[in-house]
Design a protein around this ligand. Structure first.
Ligand SMILES: Cc1ncc(COP(=O)(O)O)c(C=O)c1O
Length: 280
C-alpha cells in the first residue's frame, strides 16, 4: 500500500514512472525531505516538519516551499490511504531537472511502517558509536556542508547503518571529533540522567528533532527536567538510559552500546512512551 500525491492535491500511481533521469535529486542528492508519522489519519508534528522543510530548503538555497501546496499533498495522501493505522509520510523536494525550467520536483508519499521498525520499537536496539569526523564548531564555519539540513544526501548515514549491521548492531550514535555525541543517522539521541532528559544542541550540526521536541514538551509538563547541552561520548555507557527517537520509530530504547549491555530501561521506556503519546 502506497499513496503518491502532488502539491495541487492530485494523486498518481506510485508504481508509474515519475522522475526524469536528469532530476538533480537523483543525480546529486540535491534536495530535501521530511518523514512524518500519521496515526489514525492524523499527522504528528506537521507544523514543525513543514518548518524544518523550509529551513532545510533555505540552507540549500532551494525555492521557498509552498506550504499550502504541501498541506494539500499531505491531505491527499491521508484521504486516499486505505492501509493500517500507522503510515510514514515522506515529503520530497528536489532542485528539479538539470535540463529543465528550474521547477522543483515535489511529491508526498504514504508508506506502511517497516516491520523492522515495529520490532525495534518493541524490543529495543543495539547501537554502536561511530565517528562522524567533524567538530561541533564546523556547522557555523562551513554552511556549505549543510550540517543540520535534512537533505536527500543520506548515503553516508545509510552506510553507517550497514557498517553497524556488520558489527552486529542495529543502529549508530555518531560522535564528533571532540568526543561529544551528535545524533543517530536517522534519529536524535536522548539520555536520562537523574530524572532529567538530555539531548545535544542542534547548533553543533545535527538535525533539530521534532520527536525529541514533543517528548521534552510532554516530559516538562509531567515534572521532568529537560536539558539541551553537549553530551560526552564517555558518559553514554553509564547513563541511566539511552533512547533514539524519531518520527517513525517514536521512542526506541538502546539496550546494548558498543557490545556492552546497558541498564534495563524498560520501565523508563514505558514512562517516556506514555508521555510522548499523551501529546496526541
Ligand atoms: C539525521 C536525523 N536526526 C534526527 C532525526 C529525528 O527527527 P524527527 O524526530 O523529526 O523525525 C532524523 C529523522 O529522520 C534524522 O534523519
Amino acid at each position: 500500500m502506497r499513496v503518491l500525491a502532488f502539491l495541487d492535491g492530485t494523486t498518481a500511481d506510485p508504481e508509474a514512472p515519475l522522475l526524469r533521469v536528469d532530476d538533480l535529486g537523483l543525480l546529486r542528492g540535491d534536495g530535501v525531505f521530511e518523514t512524518i508519522l500519521v496515526v489514525d489519519g492524523k499527522p504528528r508534528e506537521l507544523g514543525p516538519h513543514l518548518d524544518r522543510l523550509d529551513r532545510s530548503a533555505a540552507m540549500l538555497e532551494l525555492p521557498e516551499p509552498d506550504r499550502a501546496g504541501w498541506e494539500r499533498a499531505v491531505d491527499a495522501v491521508i484521504n486516499n490511504w486505505t492501509g493500517g493505522r500507522d503510515m510514514a509520510l515522506k515529503l520530497v523536494l528536489t532542485r528539479g531537472n538539470e535540463f529543465g525550467d528550474g521547477t522543483p520536483t515535489a511529491f508526498a508519499m504514504g508508506l506502511p511502517i517497516a516491520d523492522k521498525v515495529l520490532k525495534q520499537r518493541a524490543e529495543g536496539i543495539a547501537a554502536v558509536t561511530l565517528e562522524r569526523g567533524f567538530e561541533p564548531g564546523l556547522a557555523q564555519r562551513a554552511p556549505w556542508l549543510l550540517l543540520g539540513a535534512k537533505s536527500l544526501s543520506y548515503a553516508v548515514n545509510m552506510a553507517a547503518v550497514r557498517y553497524a549491521a556488520r558489527e552486529g548492531a542495529d543502529d549508530v550514535i555518531f560522535t564528533a571529533a571532540d568526543g561529544s555525541v551528535l545524533e543517530g543517522p536517522t534519529s536524535t539521541l536522548v539520555l536520562v540522567r537523574d530524572r532529567t532528559l538530555v539531548t545535544p544542541p542542534s547548533n553543533i550540526g545535527i538535525l533539530p528533532g521534532t520527536t525529541q521536541a514533543a517528548l521534552f514538551r510532554a516530559a516538562e509538563r509531567a515534572g521532568w527536567s529537560v536539558k539541551v547541552e553537549p553530551i560526552a561520548a564517555a558518559e553514554l555507557p553509564d547513563a541511566e538510559a539511552l533512547f533514539l527517537v524519531s518520527s517513525v520509530r517514536c521512542v526506541t530504547r538502546i539496550h546494548t552500546l558498543d557490545g556492552k549491555q546497558l541498564n534495563d530501561s524498560s520501565a523508563l521506556l514505558r514512562e517516556l512512551t506514555a508521555l510522548y503519546e499523551s501529546e496526541y
